[in-house]
Design a protein around this ligand. Sequence first.
Ligand SMILES: NC(=O)c1ccc[n+]([C@@H]2O[C@H](COP(=O)([O-])OP(=O)(O)OC[C@H]3O[C@@H](n4cnc5c(N)ncnc54)[C@H](OP(=O)(O)O)[C@@H]3O)[C@@H](O)[C@H]2O)c1
Length: 253
Amino acid sequence: MSNSASAVIPAENTAHVALVIGASSHIGLATMTLLHAQSPDLQIVAISRNSAAVPDAAHITSLESDYSDASLRDIVAQLADCRGRIVRVLICLGVLHNATLRPEKRLEDLQAGQMLEYLRINAVLPALWLSALLPVLAGPLPCSVAVLSARVGSIADNRKGGWYSYRAAKAALNMLLQTSAIEYGRRAPNVTLLAYHPGTVDTPLSAPFHRSVPEGALFTAAHTAQCLLDVMAQPATPGDARFVDYAGETVPW
Ligand SMILES: NC(=O)c1ccc[n+]([C@@H]2O[C@H](COP(=O)([O-])OP(=O)(O)OC[C@H]3O[C@@H](n4cnc5c(N)ncnc54)[C@H](OP(=O)(O)O)[C@@H]3O)[C@@H](O)[C@H]2O)c1
């Protein structure tokens, strides 16, 4: 782990850089493995609340963050030397259930504190990272930023209901992404933004809900990483975020 205020990757190392935020995510970890397999020279900066969950490897610089404003500022300062070299950013932050959060089944389950916590983790924190990173992402190289969203955040696609706060938080995330894409298009037109629906992936996040997943529709994290990197490599239009699923199909907002 490296958490000094100095540069995370020395300036003399001219390799391209990928940032993975929320790097303990099972999808994030699988994506880091595939990024390294595809581009062994790529340097990966892995940011997580729990750096012990990030593999110890020469191509990975692990930074611990509590996602406070001060921590974001500190990390962005450490990334200053990476400006102009960051080609991929993956923001994994999201929660569906934990020790205190349960996705609501009916209106009577709604509680203000729980709703705000879903919004904080799924929407507010990713947006704060997009805000903080703009100065280090602006540059000459095309940079693809993917944020893990979910189809249940699609208002047009909502036919089953339930999961009020998770759905609302992902819908809010999508709006924050499209609004950020418009501003990035003006201020950092090398950067394109993607709201990504990975499908149902075999991770702790989806584990309680696997019984309702149709045969063949539960993806491994490794498969998800492949689909995600394929979509991130597709051409995209600055100033206009995409909402795309694992098959590369557009999801209606
Ligand atoms: N698995 C699925 O089927 C599925 C389907 C659709 C969408 N997604 C989305 O994909 C993303 C990653 O999911 P995953 O399946 O890889 O889940 P996971 O392994 O449980 O990863 C959880 C992620 O959320 C962050 N996180 C969790 N609780 C947090 C908290 N209290 N405060 C701040 N950050 C917190 C973690 O960051 P740290 O590294 O800092 O701990 C990590 O990045 C999520 O946004 C999820 O909504 C997943």
